[in-house]
Write a protein that binds this ligand. Structure first.
Ligand code: TYM
Length: 347
């Protein structure tokens, strides 16, 4: 089973802390493509379970949280009955790890050391080699299927560039081995955005909303009780300027809320742009009132999402995983074999 169409691919690390940044940055863009363009593209939404323990986790929960990602994708609208949609777990397709090793040997220590994600997280103590190395595994995830479009949030675009560099380097050395993903600018155009999405932490809007936030106060998780999410938005850091406007530089908190409001409205099926939302509330001087509007709509979004999550068909998910994993092993092994031949491991 070889995908005959170009591939759109993405994944979200498995843990039970999927937040609205993950949802709007990666999950929703690919699901929208699955709904609208699956006649032209194969859609690979996978669960990078091997990526899930680059930092310490509770391993007794990993298996279920992996399945939870599949539930979340389904609740977000992934059409499981569409044959162009592939839902699979990374570790069930061993070619990911094998290709990653080969790519490792064509990747420089220097270029890996420049990865800002590692510099941010890895500098906090005794980081694992896995954390250092995972962008290469990510490159394997993408190149195995020849994905052209890879919706990711802004924090992952550097890894996408790395993937392109590795693919181009190996193509130069061995001939046309890999399909190179499109440059990041073209990716943004394809997904209808000017730039990569970076939802900010509510308490500290200078940094991105992140799963690893310890207090959780600045992060809206998809599993948050809508009431507590409401409180988090009401407590979001703003500024002393006292006028709602989209100005990321001087009003990062308010600008972040405007982005979030636009996204939840789009998710509810409203055709609205950030610019329109910003115009609608431009100049409003009572931040409390503005926050309440955002908080109400976010709480409603969560409630709807959680209702859909509670209703997903577990059996349909298990069946889809099994059939996609079978198919994806065939596709991935074909690429792996081509690479093994190129590097001299196979005749
Ligand atoms: P992960 O699991 O950290 O994040 C999943 C996706 O969510 C995006 N994201 C955000 N987008 C907007 N605002 C935010 N605050 C925010 N925080 C996270 C991330 O950019 C990402 O797109 N290595 C990847 C997972 C992965 C992958 C892949 C992705 C593994 N292999 C192959 C694409 C293709 C990761 O750890 O993402």
């Amino acid at each position: 089973m070889k995908p005959s169409k170009p591939v759109i691919l993405t994944g979200v690390r498995a843990n039970n802390n999927i937040h609205i940044g993950n949802y709007f940055g990666a999950i929703l863009p690919i699901i929208n493509m699955a709904k609208r363009r699956s006649d032209e593209y194969d859609i690979n939404l996978f669960i990078p379970d091997l990526h899930s323990f680059t930092t310490p986790i509770d391993h007794s929960k990993l298996y279920d949280s992996t399945l939870n990602n599949a539930r979340v994708y389904t609740a977000a609208g992934l059409p499981l009955d569409n044959p162009s949609v592939h839902l699979y777990r990374q570790s069930y397709v061993p070619a990911h790890s094998e290709l990653a090793w080969i790519l490792d040997c064509f990747t420089g220590f220097g270029e890996m050391s420049r990865m800002t994600q590692f510099k941010d997280k890895g500098s906090k103590g005794d980081a694992s080699v896995g954390l250092f190395n995972y962008p290469v595994l990510m490159a394997a995830d993408i190149l195995l299927y020849g994905a052209t479009y890879v919706p990711v949030g802004d924090d992952q675009t550097q890894h996408l560039e790395l993937t392109r560099d590795i693919a181009e380097r190996m193509n130069r050395k061995f001939g046309d081995l890999f399909i190179v993903p499109k440059p990041v600018i073209q990716q943004h155009q394809f997904f209808g955005k000017g730039q990569g999405l970076r939802i900010k932490d509510l308490v500290n809007p200078a940094k991105k909303m992140s799963k690893s936030d310890e207090s959780g106060k600045g992060v809206i998780f998809l599993s948050d009780d809508p009431k507590s999410a409401h409180k988090k938005i009401m407590g979001a850091t703003t500024d002393s300027i006292g006028k709602v406007q989209y100005d990321k530089e001087n009003q990062p908190g308010i600008s972040n809320l405007l982005e979030i409001l636009t996204l939840v409205r789009q998710d509810a099926g409203r055709e609205v742009t950030l610019e329109q939302t910003a115009n609608e509330y431009f100049g409003m001087d009572r931040y409390g009132d503005f926050k309440r509007i955002v908080a109400d709509e976010v709480a409603e979004f969560l409630e709807n999402f959680q209702n859909r999550l509670a209703a997903v068909d577990e059996q349909a998910i298990e069946e889809k995983l099994a059939s996609s994993e079978k198919d994806m092993n065939v596709v991935a092994n074909e690429t792996l074999y081509r690479v093994q031949k190129a590097v001299g491991l196979r005749k």
